[in-house]
Structure formats: structure tokens, C-alpha cells
Design a protein around this ligand. Structure first.
Ligand SMILES: O=C(O)c1ccc[n+]([C@@H]2O[C@H](COP(=O)([O-])O)[C@@H](O)[C@H]2O)c1
Ligand SMILES: Cc1cc2nc[nH]c2cc1C
Length: 355
């Protein structure tokens, strides 16, 4: 394996089991009926393990939206044309009366106080300079994964490291909760190929409607995904990423790996993020300790990803947008879980009978 990526993977250690033990004990003494905070209790204990404290006090929340285009998008697998990808990057950066960015992720991030970072990981157009645009593109769009490798392993590695570098910047800027997000017309196709290969599932079980393809396009999409899977039998995670992935998927993987190496929490949005996470846990199983799935998204195949990760989503809102939107919406839930451990009093402290 390549040395800098090896160092990043080696730095990912299991979550702090002692802190989790103390957090679990503390949750049991807080002023509420036993178990009454439901799934927030487990979330708070897992976050205690990530941040190494039974009173976790996460600072900021950052969403890193990586954009990339896909050769396979020309094969008719999406309901929208690839020109949408660079146009949406401009939308993420646009001046609007409400503030910077006119996309769903911008509006939701403003609503919950999350900071938005935007990366060109390899879109199809020359983007105008913008102070908030992080340039990491090696070329414009991947090759068509149904006929050849989407990218080289070297390109995959470079994008992973670019994602990791931007995650380090977000952490330096104050983020303890990181949300990888993505924009890329066609990218539910690479996500489905990666998921089918790493989970050993048939293409039809993991191929969803993405932006909303009709039945005919869905059948064509399954055939394109089968063609990709038949091209190569590799199960090596970096090769799977290079053969079938996208530049933004590689960048999101880098965000996840750096967050875990730096002991920060990662909120997982949808199916495309899930495909990056599957590659990540195949590279290093400890990554799982740092992942917090937001909602179960409407894309079929997401449930199989979450089952493989052994992680429970926080809500079911039938989101199927991407951009990190579900992750941003989940941030207040995770921060709320931390606040219970940190700020609630115990039965003994509050003098409430019934401990
Ligand atoms: O991540 C998801 O769960 C998700 C599900 C459906 C659609 N998307 C978004 O829609 C685009 C991919 O859909 P498609 O049909 O072009 O493959 C891409 O820009 C994603 O951000 C994302
Ligand atoms: C408009 C639009 C916005 C998106 N955001 C994420 N994927 C998207 C796909 C489309 C088509």
C-alpha cells in the first residue's frame, strides 16, 4: 500500500472503551426513567468513545460537499444531464439574500449552524474562481466504469488524500463533527456497483432510482451495473474504488478516514456516502466506531449498507437528495445526545428519588 495512505489508516484506532464505559454508567444515573432517551443514549455513549470523554463537548459541525462527474452518466443512468453537476457547484457558492449558497445543503446548514466546504473533485467544466471553492480535480470526470476503470489507483489515492486534507482544515477551523456530502450526476451507479461488489449482492438488490429514473432507465441502469461487475472480479478495496468509484466518492472516503484518525465523529448521509464508508471499513474496520448514520434514505441498497455496518439510522424521512443534507439534519440530534451526558444532573446530584 502507498505510504501516506498507510499512515492515515494506521492512525485510526478503536474508540475509547473506558470513556464509553464511564458514559454508559453516567447515562444510567441521569434524571430520567431508565432508557427513556431511547437511541440518544447509545449515540451519546458512542460519541463519548469517539471524543474520549464521558461528558462529550463537540465544537463545530462541518459539511464537506465534494463534486465530481462520471463517464457512466453519458450511458443514460440518471434522470438528469451531467451539466447539472457544475451548475450545482455554482449554486453551492452563489450569493443569496439568505447568505452564501442556494442549494438544500446551504439552507439546512444555515438552519443548524453548520459550516459548508465545497470541493471540485473532478467535475466536467472549468469552474470560475471562488474563494470558497477548494480545487482538487485531477481531470474532468471519470471514465465510463461499465467499459473501463473509472480512474487509476493513483488518482483514487490522490483524491482520498485531498479529502483528508480538507477534513484537517475543517477540524482546524473548529469542527468536531464532520459530514461528507456529494454532488455528481450519475453517482448512484458507482455507489451501487461498489455496494454490490463489497457486499456480494446482485445488482438488482442495490440499484435504486437515484434522481428518479423511470422503469425503463432503471432496467438499463441494472444492466450497466452488471456489465461493470462482470468486467473485473477484484475485491481489493482500493481497486474497487478505482475501477468503479467516483472522484467525489474517493474524496468523501478521505474525509471519513481523516476524521476517524483525528478522533472526530462522522455523520453519514445517504447511499453514495455509504458506498465510501463500505470501502473505508474494508480498509480498516475501526472506522466503523466513528460513523453515525443519519437517516435511512429512499435508495434501495442503503439498508443493506447499514446492516453491513451494523449501525442504526437516526430517522426515516425518505430523503434521496445527497449533498450531505441528511447528515446536516442529523447533527442537532448528535449534539443533543452529547448535551444529555454533559449537562444533565444525576438522581443523586438533583436529589430526585428513585435512582
Ligand atoms: O446519496 C444518496 O442517497 C442519493 C440518492 C439519490 C440521489 N442522490 C443525488 O443525486 C445524484 C445521483 O443520482 P443519479 O440518478 O444521477 O445517479 C447525485 O448528485 C447525488 O447527490 C443521492
Ligand atoms: C437539481 C439537482 C440537485 C442535486 N443535488 C444533489 N443531487 C442533485 C441532482 C439534481 C438534479
Amino acid at each position: 500500500m502507498l505510504p501516506d495512505l498507510t499512515a492515515l489508516l494506521t492512525a485510526i484506532q478503536p474508540a475509547d472503551a473506558d470513556a464509553m464505559g464511564r458514559a454508559r454508567a453516567r447515562q444510567a444515573q441521569l434524571t430520567k426513567p431508565a432508557g427513556a432517551l431511547g437511541d440518544l443514549e447509545d449515540l451519546s455513549v458512542r460519541l463519548a468513545g469517539v471524543l474520549g470523554s464521558e461528558r462529550p463537548d463537540p465544537r463545530g459541525v462541518a459539511v464537506i460537499v465534494a463534486a465530481g462527474d462520471h463517464g457512466v452518466a453519458r450511458a443514460g443512468v440518471s434522470a438528469y444531464p451531467p451539466e447539472v453537476t457544475p451548475a450545482m457547484v455554482a449554486n453551492f457558492l452563489a450569493d443569496t439574500p439568505a447568505g452564501p449558497g442556494g442549494a438544500a445543503v446551504n439552507a439546512l446548514a444555515r438552519a443548524v449552524g453548520a459550516r459548508v466546504y465545497v470541493m471540485d473533485a473532478g467535475v466536467n467544466a472549468d469552474l470560475p474562481d471562488h474563494p470558497a471553492l477548494v480545487r482538487a480535480a485531477l481531470r474532468r470526470g471519470t471514465h465510463d466504469l461499465s467499459v473501463q476503470a473509472a480512474m487509476s489507483v493513483e488518482e483514487a489515492r490522490a483524491l482520498i488524500l485531498a479529502g483528508a486534507a480538507l477534513a484537517r482544515r475543517a477540524i482546524e477551523d473548529g469542527a468536531d463533527v464532520l459530514i461528507p456530502g456529494e454532488m455528481g450526476i450519475g453517482n448512484t451507479t458507482p455507489a451501487a456497483v461498489i455496494t454490490a461488489r463489497l457486499l456480494g449482492l446482485d445488482a438488482a438488490r442495490v440499484t435504486g432510482r437515484g434522481t428518479g429514473v423511470d422503469d425503463a432507465r432503471l432496467a438499463h441502469k441494472v444492466a450497466v451495473i452488471r456489465a461493470a461487475l462482470e468486467r473485473t472480479p477484484t475485491i481489493d478495496p482500493l481497486e474497487v474504488l478505482a475501477e468503479f468509484g467516483g472522484f467525489e466518492i474517493a474524496a468523501m472516503l478521505g474525509v471519513m478516514l481523516q476524521a476517524a484518525a483525528s478522533r472526530r465523529a462522522v455523520i453519514l448521509d445517504g447511499f453514495v456516502e455509504g458506498s465510501a464508508a463500505l470501502i473505508g471499513v474494508t480498509l480498516t474496520p475501526h472506522l466503523r466506531d466513528y460513523l453515525f448514520p443519519a437517516g435511512e434514505c429512499a435508495e434501495i441498497g442503503h439498508a443493506a449498507q447499514l446492516a453491513h455496518l451494523g449501525l442504526k439510522p437516526m430517522f426515516h424521512l425518505n430523503l434521496r437528495l445527497g449533498e450531505g443534507t441528511g447528515g446536516v439534519l442529523a447533527a442537532p440530534i448528535l449534539l443533543g445526545a452529547a448535551a444529555t451526558l454533559r449537562e444533565m444532573r444525576t438522581f443523586a446530584e438533583a436529589g430526585v428519588p428513585g435512582a
